[in-house]
Ligand binder design. Sequence first.
Ligand code: AMP
Length: 395
Amino acid sequence: MSDRLVLVINCGSSSIKFALRSELHSSALLSGLADRLGSNKATLTWQNADNKETLALADGEHATALAALLPLIERHARQPLSAVGHRVVHGGEHFTGAQIIDQQVLDAIRANAPLAPLHNPANLAGIEAAMRVFRQIPHMAIFDTAFHQSMPAHAYRYALPEALYTEHGIRRYGFHGTSHQYVSAQASKLAGLQPNNGAWLSAHLGNGCSSCAVLDGRSQDTSMGLTPLEGLVMGTRSGDVDPNLHAHLARTLNWDLPRIEAMLNRESGLLGLSGLTNDMRQLEQARSEGHTGAALAIDVFCYRLARSLMGLAAALPRLDGLIFTGGIGENSALVRGKTLEHMTVLGLKLDTERNTSAPRGQACMINHSDSPAIMVIPTDEERQIADESLALIPH
Ligand code: AMP
């Protein structure tokens, strides 16, 4: 079997993350980050198994960063690239899966920009620049929203006037699709089930957090909605609040929309609750030293997560297991333990010893023998993007 290579690109407004993935190797051959784009301090940092290097970029243009990537890829790739896979945040209702990028796909990503004004334009700029640098290679778009297009209408519709949906696309879309799809497929393997069989609750807990109900490889419901602000408590994002909060703050404090949006997206969540940090590792440390704000932030985070997961169980006919992933889900025995304290109604029981000694970076089961599976599964969104890109081209 030949070993095909994919360059995975995640282009944001001020950064580009990249990874060179091979079909046969589990880890990246080369990975890195172009950072501080848009400023005169832009850098490109790359690493492989042996080296790590940072280069200054001549200017802060995305195109300059991608052009600097080309010789690096040529040096590290043993053969020509088979595809470039781009992470795109919002595919709206246009896309239910990965796409080979052509003019129609570019237009649709542009048309979805009002739904993700911070992300889609940056993704698009990255795709267009990359298509100029990496010519004659198929470019693929993999959407954060696509996996959730299998949600039924009763899960994706808000109880709002119909015209807001039919004329303006106001509905629940969900995000983190590549991660939920990847870890739920790994869960089926770990449980010894047929590929993509199983009824799973998945908790992706990183700086952004979302939960998802997956049945036989298809998303049934998820905690994020029209935007990635809905749902769980996150690092700096509030998650669910009373929908009347905007009006209340405008009326009583005279706050305008940009102020309210900034507060909900950047000053809330773990940071807002603790008054200390958005970083769970630091919160755990502060909690152990008696910081009450840190303890409260962790309590709210875990309780609201449990409540969300229990609510998503309504989307499943049975429960084969619960999956923890993302920086917090993979590493915090405290968060896993505290969350499961609120979930005994579902019959989920942790094995305390397995929970605390779960090996870093490896998929494992941490449940008691008389409980449905509870799994820690390292996510690998780049692997999923690479695999979906390759699936679109003939072998
Ligand atoms: P991610 O966005 O997936 O990289 O996850 C970032 C979050 O994971 C941050 O809140 C980190 O503090 C948290 N995290 C990473 N390692 C640990 C750890 N060992 N214990 C607790 N939280 C961790």
